[in-house]
Design a protein around this ligand. Structure first.
Ligand code: UDP
Length: 344
């Protein structure tokens, strides 16, 4: 397949490029480098003419640019990762989130529909579209009502609506447009060969923040809320290894039927913030300082997946379900690259 990977220079997108190249696909990575990095593109061989990876710097919201890329590279498949993805930031700067995630996303879909070759579209959606599930709906099935608690979650839900309507309209025209909307739970860890990693500025995600503390790059980790109605008072999340997540995308490319399909991608069990911090302490061997702080706006209480639909329909199942194993891969890359990609 000829695959356009939007956000290909970012954390998850770069892992997708790596996996697609390994599977023999031709890849074009499009990234505006606002949150992504040039280094993973180089590491994956974008400067080497013998590697079928092209890096294009630009925005998915630039319809002319995207149309040109789709045409020039005969793209038949799009994986859309490019987005802003901080829940807290989306609360304080919602317009930026609607502009980058929704307006630019619609421009991308527009260009894809206008290009007759594009047949498959995999969208990075989020468990944040569920908000706080009602009683009895955790683990969360795809049929759970979608009532996001943050602007970030709303931008992802809006894009799901856009894709549903577009896939429906394509079906009316007799066009086979296959859309998989993958609702990610918390993605963590990194490439087990140690080439790619997670490098965000600012870093806000729990596992890399805790590892930064273990590396002495922060003096402590704050727990955002210890009075939640969970066993230990802290929020519960489902942490899925990034390579398992990408495998779910490959399953979706290979197996998804025409029309639009939503799938949860998670391991199917939850870990609390305190359990994650204990895991980072065990893996790193460092007794990081933990401070109990107030709740963070926009956070849901407990979110972990019921992944039975993706098991049954696409045959995907997480291969790593232990937190320590996930944290070990993150620790390996971050301790080898304490200054991220910029550290060389
Ligand atoms: N969290 C925390 N301290 C931090 C970062 C995150 O207590 O420094 C909590 C956060 O409130 C949430 C969980 O860890 O309950 C996972 O947060 P993260 O930002 O990693 O992912 P999210 O669930 O927001 O996508």
């Amino acid at each position: 397949m000829n695959v356009l990977v939007t956000g290909g220079a970012g954390y998850i997108g770069s892992h997708a490029c790596q996996r697609l190249l390994r599977s023999g696909h031709t890849v074009v990575a499009l990234d505006n480098l606002v949150r992504g990095h040039r280094e993973p593109m180089k590491l994956l061989g974008a400067d080497d003419p013998s590697v079928p990876l092209t890096f294009v710097e630009g925005s998915v919201g630039d319809g002319g640019l995207v149309a040109g890329v789709l045409d020039e590279h005969a793209i038949d498949t799009v994986m859309h990762f490019a987005a802003l993805a901080y829940v807290g930031e989306s609360v304080t700067d919602p317009v930026r989130y609607y502009r980058e995630n929704v307006r630019a996303g619609v421009a991308l879909v527009d260009a894809c529909v206008a290009s007759p070759r594009v047949e498959r579209f995999v969208f990075s959606s989020s468990c944040a579209t569920y908000g706080d599930p009602p009683e009895g709906m955790v683990p969360v099935p795809e049929t759970c009502p979608q009532t996001p608690t943050s602007p970030y979650g709303r931008t992802k839900l809006m894009m799901e609506h856009v894709l549903k309507d577009v896939a429906h309209a394509c079906g009316l025209e007799g066009r086979a447009f296959r859309v998989a909307m993958l609702r990610y739970f918390n993605v963590a860890g990194s490439d087990r060969t140690g080439v790619l990693g997670e490098d965000h500025t600012p870093e806000t995600h729990l596992i890399p923040v805790a590892i930064q503390a273990a590396l002495g790059k922060r003096d402590h980790v704050s727990i955002f809320g210890t009075d939640y109605p969970t066993d230990d008072g802290t929020c519960v999340r489902d942490y899925v290894h990034v390579e398992d997540l990408i495998d779910a995308h490959v399953c979706a490319l290979e197996r998804v039927d025409p029309g639009v399909h939503a799938y949860n991608v998670g391991i199917g069990r939850g870990y609390s913030v305190r359990e994650v911090l204990e895991s980072v302490k065990r893996v790193s061997g460092v007794d990081i300082e933990i401070r109990e702080g107030p709740r963070r706006a926009g956070d849901a209480v407990a979110l972990y997946a019921d992944p039975s639909r993706i098991h049954a329909e696409l045959g995907w199942r997480a291969s790593i379900t232990g937190l320590d194993e996930i944290v070990r891969t993150a620790w390996a890359w971050m301790s080898a690259n304490p200054d991220g990609y910029r550290g060389g």
